[in-house]
Design a protein around this ligand. Sequence first.
Ligand code: TYD
Ligand code: MG
Length: 453
Amino acid sequence: MAGKNKTVFFCNNCGYESSKWMGQCPGCRQWNTFTEEVVARSGKGSSARSARDVETVTLNSVSVEKEDRKTTHIKELDRVLGGGLVAGSLTLVGGDPGIGKSTLLLQVCRNLSSDGIKVLYISGEESVKQIKLRAARIGDFNDNMLLLCENTLSVIEETIKKIKPEVVVIDSIQTMYDEEISSAPGSVSQVREATNVFMQTAKGMNISIFIVGHVTKEGTVAGPRVLEHMVDTVLYFEGENHASYRILRSVKNRFGSTNEIGVFKMEETGLSEVANPSEFMLTGKPKGAPGSIVSCSLEGTRPILIEIQALVCQSNFGIPRRQCTGTDINRVNLLMAVLEKRLGMQLGGCDAYVNIAGGIKIGEPAIDLGIALAVISSFKNKAIDDKIVAVGEIGLSGEIRTVSMIAVRINEVRKLGFDTVIVPKVCMDDLKDIKDIKIIPVSNIQDISSLEL
Ligand code: TYD
Ligand code: MG
């Protein structure tokens, strides 16, 4: 034992390793996330391989068959995965507890098993009875769907080898436990080891494995970020617990594009797909209200219309309050500074609240123009016409800059019955073929203030 075991400190948030405890993690800048773990250095993995045993191949001699993809019959998920589930892939599904990860994966299992695919659902959190109760809400399952309630890694590994399923779900990675590692389940070393084992199983046996990872705020168990780099695909579930819809976002995908999103709604009978998210995001938009405008963001390849709301009012305090949900507060501050400088609006003494309705998070600068217009509208207390949509990035000199895939966005805008769209002038070349919608090109923020909207 002596000399073999060593204690190290891991950041539960990002997996940063350090020989001593630190208050703040240098990797992810989070506080109080370090925990001590004993790392047993066993002889594992030291099988004597040398350069003599391996062979290199020329790239041209490698032949590949067409990628083997299975459909999950959930269109939103298939798209996020890049066109279906790839055989031999390891997919991480992360999200807050209670957001719907187990529910979604159970639905995936049901669809796959009714296609005749052998599926093994391994739960370390719930009993067979609890899973059955949940499954009863989702629908009927056939005998291709197998359950295992277990959290010992070696037992799971053996069971997979014995049963040979085509798809496996591990719910959740934080409950999996390797007996050879002395730290508790959910610690960084346990989570990493378990992921490693599942990765080898997925590649070795050519089966698709889903791993559920809880995002935890307290940092008592290792978060999914610790294993992001090890898996093929990372999907995150977003959404407010109180709202019924959920967004599944791909942040890493070795087999497809990233930042693709799928939109779901949590219902009594599990998650249902939202085929037209724009319509969904705009439900309840007030008519004729100052401070509200619609903009269009591109999520992956998909245009989504969103409502931006702003409330600007005189501050009662020395330092005005600025608050923002759904987009970056620094971006909003920057845009307000541009408005102040370029349009001479007296925003310095104003509180401002900006909100993307529906709780979706947008990082794209293409909604800048929408934010600016919402702020102007609220400041002047004058409503913008309900049929107008604004798209464009704003630069520091107040110039309206180009956005990507403008034609796709405008088609979506037109489809939802809007009749006017404000776009950057520099994009006009791409819009020659667009008909049936009024296009207002703007090149500078000053152009906006001269428009009668
Ligand atoms: P769950 O999938 O257990 O979340 P996670 O695995 O991410 O922790 O989701 C649980 C929530 O979803 C719970 O609050 C109940 C709700 N729910 C429904 O509203 N309808 C349903 O059909 C199911 C199965 C769950
Ligand atoms: Mg769960």
